[in-house]
Design a protein around this ligand. Structure first.
Ligand code: ZN
Length: 365
């Protein structure tokens, strides 16, 4: 069993990784000036609690302002609570550290290294399953692509009706896993290695109960990957992004498929963060291609100008602008005239509206 240094592991988890985990666990996190705010999934199931769970970036601690008897805890203690609530499993600290390290592709030291220099973070790093190259880039664990042969590849009528061409679906190996009643979306890294597979439930009932998109599980293997460490579709769009110096960052995979369907694969400059927030690592991946502008094109997650969701989205975009605006020109597409529908991606209502929103993009501040 690998050895983990709790404090060092915790130091490796930036606010984006914490956001990823809260998103994965159904907390619907959002950024605040001090860190994050989430549903109280510490003592409630997703969808049942209020938004009273805070995460503070400087202390790396959570605080639950309602319900929890011991209201202050770290990410590992939260993982233990979640395991109990959502899986009825009793985890110890080791199980929590192992889960989180595995999720982000960080592995601890093997016991034989233990007596050497435990404090040496370099050794810790050398034994991670993700190889960190000198450039600071990370190679995620690769799944055996043979799994993709176990899926069916029917035409998906509802996606075609939304404007996704069958040849684009085929090219991206969008399939169907009957065992889970899920559409399968393979995720590749920039070099085309299979790093994850996400599933999208076909039935709305299941989608509502378990969340629309989740890592696919086949047998005992869960095909998950840290979303903050990879950009969906970058394997397809990297050359176009390099040439144009511009990237469009969508929220969901389908938006990338729509972009390629509308503009052709040769003009596709899109990537998707897939429920994760835009991480420093995402920016790094794009900057390495020489981008001059990153266009953030998130879903219209608000019903009316000025409602609670509107404020959340606005704060999130301002936060991204502040955080990354010095490193790269960061603009946002924001449907302030509400020409698309609630929860639409900017590309969901077709080319014309997409181009209006593209033209009206601005620097958030
Ligand atoms: Zn709580």
């Amino acid at each position: 069993m690998p050895f983990y240094d709790k404090d060092k592991l915790k130091e490796q988890l930036d606010v984006e990784e914490i956001y990823d985990l809260l998103e994965l666990w159904g907390g619907e996190p959002e950024y605040t000036s001090d860190g994050l705010i989430s549903q109280t999934i510490c003592h409630n199931l997703p969808g049942e609690g209020s938004r009273k769970l805070y995460y503070y970036r400087n202390t790396r601690l959570f605080h639950c302002y309602t319900g929890c008897i011991d209201p202050s805890f770290d990410i590992f203690e939260l993982a233990i609570k979640i395991a109990k609530l959502q899986k009825s499993e009793d985890w110890d600290l080791y199980a929590a550290m192992n889960y989180i390290a595995h999720y982000f592709g960080l592995e601890g030291e093997e016991p034989e290294q233990e007596e050497k220099k435990l404090a040496d973070w370099e050794i810790f790093k050398r034994h991670t399953i993700i190889a960190k190259e000198e450039s600071g880039f990370i190679q995620l664990k690769e799944y055996n692509p043979v799994i993709l042969t176990r899926f069916a590849y029917p035409r998906i009528g509802s996606w075609e009706a939304e404007g996704i061409l069958p040849e684009i679906s085929r090219k991206n190996l969008i399939g169907y896993y009957a065992g889970g009643e899920q559409i399968t979306i393979p995720h590749f890294d920039i070099d085309g290695r299979l790093v994850g597979v996400r599933g999208r439930f076909l039935s709305e009932e299941k989608a509502n109960r378990y969340g629309k998109y989740m890592p696919l599980k086949v047998g005992k293997t869960q095909y998950n990957h840290p979303l903050s460490m990879n950009l969906y579709n970058l394997n397809n769009s990297k050359e176009n992004i390099r040439q144009s110096g511009t990237a469009i960052v969508f929220e969901g995979e389908k938006s990338c498929l729509k972009m390629a369907s509308i503009y052709g694969r040769d003009n596709d400059i899109s990537v998707a963060v897939c429920g994760s927030s835009l991480s420093a690592y995402h920016i790094k991946l794009l900057k390495a291609l020489g981008v001059r502008e990153i266009i953030v094109a998130l879903d219209r997650q608000f019903q009316a100008i000025g409602d609670e969701e509107f404020k959340r989205l606005k704060n999130k975009l301002i936060y991204l602008g502040k955080k990354y605006g010095n490193a790269v020109k960061l603009t946002v597409m924001f449907d302030k005239n509400m020409i698309t529908n609630y929860k639409d991606s900017p590309i969901d209502q077709g080319k014309e509206k997409f181009e209006i929103l593209l033209k009206e993009r601005f620097i958030p501040q």
